[in-house]
Write a protein that binds this ligand. Sequence first.
Ligand SMILES: [Zn+2]
Length: 419
Amino acid sequence: MTPRGWAVLTLAGLTVALLVAVALLVPWHRPPAPRADQLAALRDLPAEQVARARAFRGALRPGGWAALAVGLLVALAVGLTPLGGRLVELVARPFGGHWVAQAVLGGLAVLLVADLLTLPFAAWRQTVLTRYGLSTQGWGGWTADLLKSYAVSAVVGALALLGFYTVVRLAPRWWWAFGAAGAAGLVVLLSFVLPVLVEPVFNRFTPMEQGPLRTELTALAARDGVPVRDVLVADASRRTRAVNAYVSGLGPTRRVVVYDTLLREATPAEVTSVVAHELGHAKDRDVWTGTLTGALGAALGVVVLYLLGSAGLLLRLAGVDSIAEPRAFPLLLALVTVAGLVTAPAQALVSRRVEARADAHALALTGDPATFEAMQRRLAGVNLADPDPPRWEYLYSASHPSTVERMAAARAYARETGR
Ligand SMILES: [Zn+2]
């Protein structure tokens, strides 16, 4: 069998593995709370809070979609015309066109062009966040964060580009197989190292100070049977007024992180409710699920790129001979960008299901639906979340159930358990 035949076979295998993983690991069985309960919850929210949140989301919306559109157009313009290939050549020219310069510097230049052209939208978003009082950051801090994120992307990107094009040179016929394994490995590695290498670039993390709350949270984790080494507090207040918490890392790098803004804004019982949700993610191994499906998706993506990349039409448009040469990186980027936009609703759907399970876990663990609902109100109020966002936007991009869905879930739980 030819490498291409093996690639088709691998594609089929990875597709089945991904579908099985998603079918088994994502909680599909739990239906959302009835719409009538959601509408009742919406009516219970202060009208001015809802109006202000909708005005804020409405102000963000045009720039958000424009940034997506411009990002797509730029990716298509550099990927489906010879422009991108020429940029790669140009950047590598001072180095005699050496393949390493083409692969790393050329690749990073293409990424930078795409980033810079959407930069005005990011800046405009920051003006909206400031206008509504959500951002606590001046332009100096904002620029510093931006430069840090470019630096992190440049390091990760350079390593990935160098690794990928080295494999392509060493195994010209089988690079897709090594590339798929490498992409999957990179996803797993990043899950382990992001919390210890990347997150500290942007925030300072300190163990939650000793006191009744820490004791309560540690006892909660013990009661839940979830080993949590530490509850960390992130100094998010230097950037935002928004409140949040999350769990990240795997094995030895797993941690529950709460924003310092959450500790300032919410009552101890509400913080407990939030941490109970995060413990749900830990208990159900959601980071593992995300890592596994991400790794399978990345491997699948490499094989799809290899197969698509042998389509003569795409290569002719990009003005390259093979998808495997560094000058074809802009074409790869265009295909990845389109794939990201097309699969966004599926990723959001999976995320919402996983988040709803963590909510159910929080309700069962705390047995306190009233505080859970109060916390959802507070989250929506402080973060200026539209409690019941437009359906199309929700379906395309919402990573969490809406505020009214979460409130309705708490009410359904209260009804079922008589609390
Ligand atoms: Zn969550």
